[in-house]
Design a protein around this ligand. Structure first.
Ligand code: CA
Ligand code: CA
Length: 358
């Protein structure tokens, strides 16, 4: 390589590095471990308590057993043995006539259904078994909700690992809950992580394996434009993601909107500016601090944007941790730790706001 070419390569490398930030966050809290060993904890969701934000709830799935509810400090409130619930999502203001509830729904691999729970203003949730919507699918996997800004309809997106489709259901506000299949989106490889932007009406979804990356499509089932767009791909195809692309979440700050994607083999999240042509702007990882370990093999993620309390002035990021360690002996030179059942790390997004916006 001659000098000119060498300088050109170096300047290209630098220009990529200059514009992308690499941020390490540290957990404020971690949840108690799930009850099942091995790969079990999977996808978190957050319920914001409008009456008393301190009593907000962190939900997390044990994909072999059910759904855990945790307090903001990670202490377990309740376990719902609801089945092999893989992914969950929540929307507030789901109306039954004059009454409104928050609704938590998820993909249940036990019977290929969408499971549903109603959460009232106090954070109480029922466990009626009949809140189950059966799908036409054989191998349900990823799940997320969408509230259309045009119609105010609530939709569920549920992916299928065998047929490589994402089914979209209109959730009807009748009791017991019913869903009407309104669209099927074909994917090229397995898709799990997804998140919908209720303001712009866009569904973001991840694909794994050879087509690993972040994609998007109009979330409106009646759209004339069913084209699938690409935001990023695995590094060997020229993108920034390493290994499987897993959970997705949207962070909002004032008019800004960032998309976080789990890049599983690099143990971090890649970040995109949704208001600036989905441009890649950096990576965020979660490191070890004091007695709480960091996040490896990033997977399910949830972000709530907005003040909760002094610990979470701008919002909260909750993410699954593949290898949960405890019993650190910090005063010794050799840190000894024990691997325990998986859990979720609870992180403030305040530093992300500082680093990306201020
Ligand atoms: Ca860990
Ligand atoms: Ca731990």
């Amino acid at each position: 390589m001659d000098n000119m070419k060498f300088l050109l390569v170096i300047s290209l490398l630098i220009s990529n590095i200059v514009f992308a930030k690499d941020i390490i966050l540290y957990p404020k809290f971690e949840t108690e471990p799930v009850f099942t060993s091995g790969d079990a904890a999977d996808d978190p969701a957050f319920w914001y308590n409008q009456v008393n934000p301190e009593q907000s709830i962190v939900f997390g799935t044990d994909k072999k057993a059910g759904i855990h509810a945790f307090a903001l400090n990670g202490a377990r409130i309740k376990f719902i043995p609801s089945g092999k619930i893989n992914n969950i999502d929540i929307r507030k203001d789901f109306k039954f006539g004059a009454k409104a509830f928050s609704i938590m729904m998820g993909s249940n691999q036990d019977n290929n259904s969408i499971i549903a729970y109603l959460i009232n203003d106090q954070g109480d949730f029922d466990t009626y078994n009949q809140n189950e919507i059966f799908t036409e699918l054989d191998s349900v996997y990823g799940f997320c909700l969408y509230r259309s800004p045009k119609t105010n309809f609530t939709y569920a997106f549920i992916s299928d690992a065998k047929s490589l489709t994402i089914n979209q259901y209109h959730i009807l506000s009748i009791f017991p809950l019913k869903g009407s299949l309104v669209r099927q989106i074909k994917t090229q490889s397995t898709s799990e992580g997804c998140v919908a932007d209720d303001e712009t009406g866009i569904l973001y979804f991840a694909q794994e394996d050879e087509h690993s990356g972040v994609y998007f499509i109009n979330a409106d089932p009646n759209t004339k434009n069913n084209d699938i767009g690409k935001i990023d791909l695995i590094s060997k195809k020229g993108g920034f993601i390493n290994g499987d692309t897993e959970g997705l979440a949207i962070l909002r700050y004032e008019e800004n909107k960032l998309l976080f994607a789990s890049s599983q083999s690099s143990d971090d999240f890649t970040v995109y500016d949704l208001n600036n042509r989905n441009k890649f702007i950096g990576r965020v990882s979660v490191g070890k601090k004091n007695e709480i370990d960091g996040i490896s093999k990033t997977d399910g993620i949830e972000i709530f944007s907005g003040k909760i309390n002094q610990d979470f002035k701008y919002g909260i990021l909750i993410a699954q941790d593949d290898m949960n360690m405890e019993k650190f002996n910090l005063k010794e030179k050799e840190i000894q730790a024990t691997k325990v059942n998986q859990n979720f790390k609870i992180v403030s997004i305040d530093k992300i706001i500082d680093e990306f916006f201020e």
